[in-house]
Design a protein around this ligand. Structure first.
Ligand code: SAH
Length: 549
């Protein structure tokens, strides 16, 4: 006798275009369709001569049994589920029925499970990109699963900051489950956590609502709705719900987020929450007296013990904030605020009070780096840098954003003895400092022809000389092919100088390619704001004697 086949098909959210090619073929090549009434209606236009076994919603087991019986009688049987058949669908149930009958893949009827787009994916696409990061699905249907188990899963997922897609959130008879769910979620997540409600995705009555955890119950939620709960980083932008790729977040003055440079990525310092960082912290605690290192014995290598230990290290480092009871609430990693600090444009001297203040705001968890660019870089884990910024500014310190911005690097004007240039350096600082540019841009400003602070080797160099200024452009300070900047103008008046530098920077912002350094830009475009590039003299390459290669 001809052996039958079971085609277990997920037909996606409901629209023809979102069904896979294989799902369409499988429906068309089958002799019998077994499915819930509404689903048969959705795929009706694909049917030709197939026999249809329609059943109601609650008869899933008899549907699966009937499908197996028909396949065993030699028919090709399509069992259809919406979304993916393996996600709260018919796939598992059919296998359960087969297993009960002692089915074997080699001797029994053939089975093919055809994947489909599940509601978590189709609904997410309509909301923006809410899933993106670790996510889970939880069905609120307690017909076959004890509510206590469901509640525990909600609790665990909420605690671990998963994005959560709630399937079967509410029906005519099951109305309290979603209310209880909200209560549990609110223990761990902020009331304004973004929540997306998608009803009938990619079907005729599609309806999308963007709301919050606090307000979600004010909207219609039914049998055909999937509820997507954001994690602690999910945000709303232009009506879209978006979950970022991770928690990594470094930021500087007036810019919320700062991209890590390529060479900084994947480094342990940039990922204080990584397992490597935790291990390093364990190996060399900053302060022995507050050491969180635990000597390892054989008994405390249990995963739970390790997890608790890791949590303690993170808390001690300030990487995560402790609020409420330990272990109860998900601790969102704190972002790292990064800012350049200097005593002034011309002033190079920190007062002892200022240094003490810098140390104080850095605290135990902060970092103070001394750079070759006349500034200290301060990195402090905090989500609210305002008090710190106010304190530092009030003590007379100059704060600048770091990254791909303009930095005006003046000399100390011989401790003020040759101070005539200072007002112009300050004016340029006021106009340009911190301005976003394609690549970091240093503007060197020196108050006399000695130019001992090296202005003529910077991207843009300015040297004050007897009431006028010389302008230099395109220096490259480091590397094998380091070279000074070219002298492009002499004897500029203060007004001419300020105007010229502003024009040059503006041209760089508008015309440079992304990440193009100023000296490369100048060389490429040959003329910037009227200043011409002069071809370099090529280095001499001695002729090699024959055979001397
Ligand atoms: N196998 C299906 C899930 C079946 S459970 C899948 O993978 O998508 C039924 C639940 O799925 C519904 O209560 C609803 O929460 C969700 N669902 C299924 N199709 C949907 C759609 N088109 N739009 C929104 N939610 C949907």
């Amino acid at each position: 006798m001809k052996k039958g086949k079971l085609l277990i098909i997920g037909f996606g959210p409901g629209s023809f275009e979102h069904m896979t090619e294989r799902a369409r073929q499988a429906i068309q090549e089958s002799d019998v369709i077994v499915g819930y009434n509404t689903y048969v209606d959705i795929i009706r236009h694909l049917l030709t001569e197939q026999e249809i076994v329609r059943t109601g919603m609650t008869e899933e087991v008899s549907r699966a049994q009937e499908a197996v019986r028909l396949a065993e009688s030699g028919k090709k049987v399509a069992v259809i589920s919406s979304g993916d058949a393996g996600v709260y669908g018919m796939a598992g149930l059919v296998y359960e029925v087969l297993a009960e009958k002692g089915w074997r893949p080699d001797t029994g009827v053939e089975v093919e499970v055809i994947p489909g787009i599940s509601a978590i994916n189709s609904c997410a696409s309509l909301l923006g990109a809410p899933v993106m990061h670790d996510a889970c699905t939880i069905s609120l249907s307690d017909h076959l699963t004890p509510w206590e188990t469901i509640a525990l899963r909600i609790e665990a997922a909420a605690q671990a900051d998963f994005v959560i897609a709630l399937y079967n959130p509410r029906s005519g008879r099951r109305t309290r489950q979603i209310v209880e769910t909200q209560k549990i979620l609110l223990k761990y997540r902020s009331p304004d956590t973004p929540v997306g409600l998608v009803k009938s995705a990619y079907r005729e009555r599609q309806h999308v609502v963007l709301t919050t955890l606090e307000k979600m119950l004010q909207h219609e939620i039914g049998m055909l709705t999937t509820v997507i709960i954001g994690n602690s980083s999910t945000f709303v932008y232009e009506g879209l719900m978006i979950t970022p790729r991770g928690y990594q977040r470094k930021y500087t003055l007036d810019r919320v987020e700062q991209d890590l440079k390529p060479h900084e990525r994947l480094k342990t310092e940039a990922e204080p929450w990584s397992l490597n960082a935790l291990e390093q912290a364990r190996e060399k605690p900053k302060d022995q007296s507050e050491s969180t290192t635990v000597s390892r014995t054989e008994t405390d290598t249990h995963p739970a013990a390790l997890a608790e230990e890791a949590l303690a290290v993170l808390q001690a480092q300030g990487v995560i904030q402790t609020s409420g009871q330990a272990g109860e609430t998900f601790k969102k990693p704190v972002s790292i605020f990064e800012v350049a600090v200097s005593p002034g444009v011309a002033n190079k001297k920190f007062s002892p009070e200022q240094l003490l203040l810098i140390a104080e705001v850095a605290g135990e968890k902060g970092e103070i780096e001394y750079t070759p660019h006349h500034q200290l870089i301060l990195r402090v884990p905090t989500d609210d840098p305002n008090p710190m910024v106010e304190q530092l500014t009030a003590s007379g310190l100059l704060l600048s954003p770091i990254g791909d911005v303009v930095q005006v690097k003046a000399c100390d004007f011989c401790d003020g003895d040759k101070g005539e240039g200072i007002p112009y350096a300050e004016e340029l600082h006021r106009r340009l400092e911190g301005m976003a540019v394609p690549k970091e841009l240093k503007v060197g400003f020196n108050g006399c022809a000695m130019a001992c602070y090296g202005a003529v080797t910077e991207d843009i160099g300015i040297v004050y000389r007897r009431g006028t200024f010389d302008l230099f452009m395109g220096g490259k300070k480091i590397g094998r092919n380091a070279h000074p900047a070219q002298r492009v103008a002499e004897g500029l008046s203060p007004e001419q100088l300020i105007e010229a530098v502003e024009k040059v920077v503006k041209a760089y912002v508008q015309q440079a390619q992304p990440n193009e350094r100023f000296h490369k830009f100048f060389k490429r475009v040959k003329e910037v704001a009227g200043f011409r590039y002069q071809e370099e003299v090529k280095p001499v390459v001695p002729e090699l004697a024959c055979g001397d290669s």
